[in-house]
Write a protein that binds this ligand. Structure first.
Ligand SMILES: Nc1ncnc2c1ncn2[C@@H]1O[C@H](COP(=O)(O)OP(=O)(O)OP(=O)(O)O)[C@@H](O)[C@H]1O
Length: 259
């Protein structure tokens, strides 16, 4: 089966700094990829290249069978994206915002409106559908963003720390939604620093460190590779990090002004 994402020898420079060093990755329909790595490893850069938000890269990136450098942006109508930091039009109501996004995806206003309202109801925030987004709590904004990424029934969903600000009950619902979407043949590309969630949710974990893929496999395969138990420990091990206690002590000593 043709992969839905195929990345070949991807390199990206910012100035003369190489932030992605020959990334190779094939992702298939129905996979939930947990894309993890330390701060600055290159996760967002990879995702933004796939979304067409960052250009000028070396190598090949194919999404849904299409070379994204071709200038043809058709593939974008089949993907959804929840960014880590959202630029949302806060002066709009969710009805205005979500129908606007739906129409950008080519949906009829009425269809988008009905679907958005139903999803707001299912996420427990239908009461604010006609209130300005600027009046929402953090979690309500995040849920609105998630709905905007799902409204066009995308084949690939890119999620960057999607659970931030979302309460425990809604997290349970959302994790189940992702698993159900994957069972329905959708592909999820999930970037997060919350290792417990990534470990439970992902069918495959890709660990990027310093612009390179340091591990790629399911949790059992990663465990064999690093001889560690939890994904958090595997992460520490594969990124060569084992001095958290000393660093914490130094931080506290510095705060207290003790040499
Ligand atoms: N627009 C930019 N100009 C210059 N350097 C950039 C730019 N965007 C990212 N970088 C650099 O590229 C590297 C990778 O950044 P990226 O945002 O992809 O990391 P990340 O893995 O998503 O990190 P985090 O977990 O902190 O979100 C970092 O060294 C960062 O400083």
């Amino acid at each position: 089966m043709e992969p839905v994402i195929r990345i070949k020898n991807l390199r990206k420079f910012f100035g003369d700094k190489m932030v992605l060093k020959d990334i190779n990755l094939e992702v298939h329909k129905g996979e939930i990829i947990g894309y993890i790595g330390p701060n600055g490893a290159g996760k967002s850069t990879t995702v933004k290249i796939m979304l067409g938000l960052i250009g000028e890269y070396e190598g090949q990136v194919n999404i849904l069978g299409q070379d994204i450098s071709s200038g043809d942006i058709n593939y974008k109508s089949r993907i959804g994206y929840v960014p880590e930091i959202a630029e949302i039009y806060e002066n709009l109501t969710a009805r205005e915002y979500l129908t606007f996004i739906g129409e950008l995806y080519g949906m009829d206003y009425e269809v988008a409106d009905k679907k958005a309202e139903k999803l707001m109801e299912l996420f427990g925030i239908q009461n604010v559908y006609d209130a300005r987004i600027s009046s929402y709590s953090k979690g309500m904004k995040q849920k609105t963003l998630i709905i905007s990424a799902l409204i066009n029934d995308p084949d690939i969903l890119f999620l960057d720390e999607p659970l931030s600000g979302i309460d425990a009950n809604s997290v349970m619902v959302f994790k189940e939604v992702l698993a159900e979407l994957a069972r329905n043949g959708k592909t999820i590309f999930y970037s997060s620093h919350i290792m417990e969630v990534v470990e439970k949710l992902s069918s495959r974990i890709v660990l990027i460190n310093n612009g390179e893929i340091a591990a790629d496999g399911n949790i059992e395969e990663l465990r064999e590779k690093s001889l560690e138990g939890s994904l958090e420990e595997i992460f520490n091990n594969l990124t060569g990090f084992n001095d958290h206690q000393e660093i914490a002590k130094e931080i506290v000593a510095t705060i207290k002004g003790v040499e």
